[in-house]
Design a protein around this ligand. Structure first.
Ligand code: NDP
Length: 275
């Protein structure tokens, strides 16, 4: 049997690192810690090795298309594909950050939505039969959805929303923030929230596509919320440890071979949530 392989983006620290640790302990295969910065990634690798874990490392900056395609080529050639992909890499401006909202919107959407979409464009074709894809979204994305205009909510919840239309809506949000017209456009005042609305909606679209185009492959793709977790992103007051934050993403990554659900859902605390 060929070697199974799991890839976790943005895993040099925080929830991604906790996901790598849990997969090293629970997944029967090779686990790849990836980071955009080789130095930060290797430093974390040294710590894990000193703890007796044996992950592998590959550089992966999701904002850099050539980094994504180089990684995709590597996994294709070395393993013939990927069994588990966890799209965890993400960014958030701090609440107190004074960067203009339009710039926060552009930068946040670029990584959290558009770069995650690039990852999925290049890695979904590599996902092997029985594979699991987990997109780390947030409950903040669901809250942002509920703060959108009824017309936008209808589109984000629609089963006929296409990837192109969704990308167009995300672009529209960024453009409207530049003209300070996003409120009139029906958007909430949260770039991070809108980016995660996009990640959850994209997960639903791609799951439907997998079911239609590769029904026999039994791949399960979901979005999830790790909860509010103590990391550099969320700060020290959050209630969950990174290990607790990793629980739902790891549960989705390790759904048993005969599972048919959840698929195309938004999952929190291992439970499917309303969208
Ligand atoms: P951290 O800031 O601790 O870690 C984020 C990770 O993503 C880092 O490894 C960072 O790398 C990496 N990253 C950022 N941009 C890129 C990029 N372009 N390419 C590759 N890696 C990148 O955050 P968390 O661990 O808290 O967050 C992980 C995920 O969980 C995110 O998607 C976040 O939105 C989501 N989330 C977190 C919550 C929380 O309460 N913490 C709640 C809900 C969702 P580097 O070290 O180089 O910056």
């Amino acid at each position: 049997m060929s070697t199974k392989v799991a890839v976790v983006t943005g895993s040099n620290k925080g929830i991604g690192l906790a996901i790598v640790k849990a997969l090293c302990q629970q997944f029967q295969g090779v686990v790849y810690l990836t980071s955009r910065d080789i130095g930060r990634g290797k430093e974390t690798m040294d710590t894990l090795v000193s703890e007796g874990l044996k992950p592998m490392f590959h550089q992966l900056d999701i904002n850099d298309l050539s980094s994504i395609t180089a990684a995709a080529k590597y996994f294709k050639e070395k393993y013939g594909g990927v069994d588990i992909l966890v799209n965890n890499a993400g960014i958030a401006f701090k609440g107190a950050d004074t960067t203009p909202f339009a710039i926060q919107a552009e930068v946040t959407l670029k990584t959290n939505f558009f770069a995650t979409r690039d990852m999925l464009t290049h890695f979904l074709p590599l996902i092997k039969p029985g594979g699991r894809v987990v997109n780390v979204s947030s409950f903040v994305g669901s809250r942002a959805l509920n703060q959108c205009s009824p017309a936008l909510q209808e589109r984000f919840r629609s089963e006929d929303l296409s990837e192109e239309e969704l990308a167009g809506l995300m672009e529209r949000f960024v453009k409207e923030t530049q003209k300070d017209e996003h409120k009139q456009g029906g958007w909430p005042e949260t770039a991070y929230g809108v980016s995660k609305t996009g990640v959850t909606a994209l997960s639903m679209i791609l799951a439907r596509r997998l079911s239609k185009e590769r029904p026999g492959d039994k791949i399960l793709l979901n979005a999830c919320c790790p909860g509010w977790v103590r990391t550099d992103m969320a700060g020290t007051k959050a209630p969950k440890s990174p290990e607790e934050g990793a629980e739902t993403p790891v549960y989705l990554a390790l759904l048993p071979p005969d599972a048919t659900q959840p698929h195309g859902r938004f999952v929190s605390d291992k439970e499917v949530q309303p969208w």
